[in-house]
Design a protein around this ligand. Structure first.
Ligand code: GDP
Ligand code: MN
Length: 347
């Protein structure tokens, strides 16, 4: 009985393939927003840190290279009880450069979103830009480009496209497909996946949604979803690129990220969202919450089907030699591991 195994495998591989082909057609659409040159709202950049001493100076240097009127820029480092002297290092850097960096300290670590909410209370900018310490903006025009999109009143939040530093094979392949989808979804209306490397929000909207969500891990993506639910577009822009450092403990990092996305999508399904956001939100929720499980189910069904099924299972394993397929399979395993790990820790 090969039927069940084939049906499961066809759904598992077919759905994302159809979604990808469909989404690529959205890429040809116009943006339907009017970015404005020389739009320079006041900006608050927030760098959340927990034990980032090796990286914080390079991150501040990176921001200092941005071409933006200094009198329209506030820079906040918000630290949560680092034990490696991160906030002192940030203060020393600011004094040395004569740069107006505000360093906020939380007496204990309650997570990134909690720290971001403290920074939000100190933010004076009309736009709040979050950027992780372990990330980098190669283009000095990044800030200017980001706020251009926010000049359009329909846009509530903007994020970048991502490039891994040092291009690890699997991570780099994954990002190619990934960026196409983020862009396509953004052109359709909004993407439910945002990036901590650069997430720019209208401050008034952050306040309306009650600040950054502290009850789940993916503060960046879930904030974007909440803003979309509010009726504003949350987009990944084609001219914004950021680089993230891929940690050495790759597998643990991926599972943590996947855990956070699963938490965000599970919570998103309970929200009332605009009709034009639903196809993207539901497709992505399905891809993150349900579709991964069809792969081991297909494998098990093939094994149970006797020799023809074993041949099918063997084919599934042999294809692992092919990089895109291996990348895909790895991501499915991360998502399954993440769903299981979510049962005992949301961290
Ligand atoms: P990942 O990229 O999702 O794996 O998360 P990271 O560990 O790189 O964290 C993203 C950013 O948030 C980094 O700049 C961290 O230093 C910072 N961060 C993580 N946890 C906390 C926290 O509890 N408090 C503060 N203030 N920042 C944090
Ligand atoms: Mn990181």
């Amino acid at each position: 009985m090969l039927g069940p195994a084939l049906a499961l495998a066809a759904t598992h591989f077919g759905f994302p393939l159809v979604y990808y082909i469909y989404a690529r057609r959205w890429l040809r659409r116009p943006w339907g927003v009017e970015p404005r040159e020389n739009h320079t709202p006041t900006i608050t950049i927030v760098i959340p840190t927990y034990n980032e001493a090796p990286l914080i100076e390079a991150k501040l240097e990176d921001i200092a290279r941005q071409d933006y009127p200094p009198d329209r820029l506030q820079i906040i480092v918000v630290d949560s009880a680092s034990t490696d002297g991160t906030p002192e290092k940030a203060e020393r850097w600011a004094r040395r450069k004569g740069a107006p960096v505000e360093v906020l300290r939380e007496p204990q670590r309650n997570g990134k979103a909690h720290a971001l909410n403290l920074a939000l209370r100190h933010a004076r900018g009309d736009v709040v830009v979050i950027t992780d310490a372990d990330s980098h903006w190669p283009d000095p025009q990044t800030l200017r480009k980001a706020v251009r999109w926010l000049a359009d009143s329909s846009v509530g939040a903007v994020t970048c496209l991502k490039r891994p530093a040092g291009g690890r094979g699997v991570e780099a392949t994954y990002r190619d497909y990934y960026n196409v989808l983020r862009l396509a979804e953004s052109k359709k209306w909004s993407t439910p996946i945002f990036h901590g490397e650069l997430a720019a929000y209208r401050k008034e909207l952050l306040e309306k949604i009650g600040g950054f969500p502290t009850h789940l891990g993916a503060d960046d993506s879930h904030t974007a979803v909440l803003i979309a639910a509010f009726g504003y577009r949350a987009i990944a822009a084609e001219d914004l690129h950021c680089v993230e450092l891929v940690p050495r403990r790759y597998w643990r990092w991926r599972v943590r990220r996947a855990q956070h996305l699963i938490q965000s999508f599970a919570a998103s399904l309970r929200l009332k969202t605009p009709a034009r956001f639903k196809p993207v939100l539901y497709a992505e929720a399905y891809l993150h919450l349900v579709n991964p499980w069809l792969l081991p189910a297909a494998f098990a069904a093939a094994i149970a089907a006797g020799p023809p099924g074993w041949a099918l299972a063997a084919l599934g394993l042999a294809l692992l030699a092919y990089t895109p397929y291996r990348t895909w399979t790895a991501m499915q395993i991360y998502l399954i591991a993440a769903a299981i790990r979510n049962l005992w820790t949301k961290e």
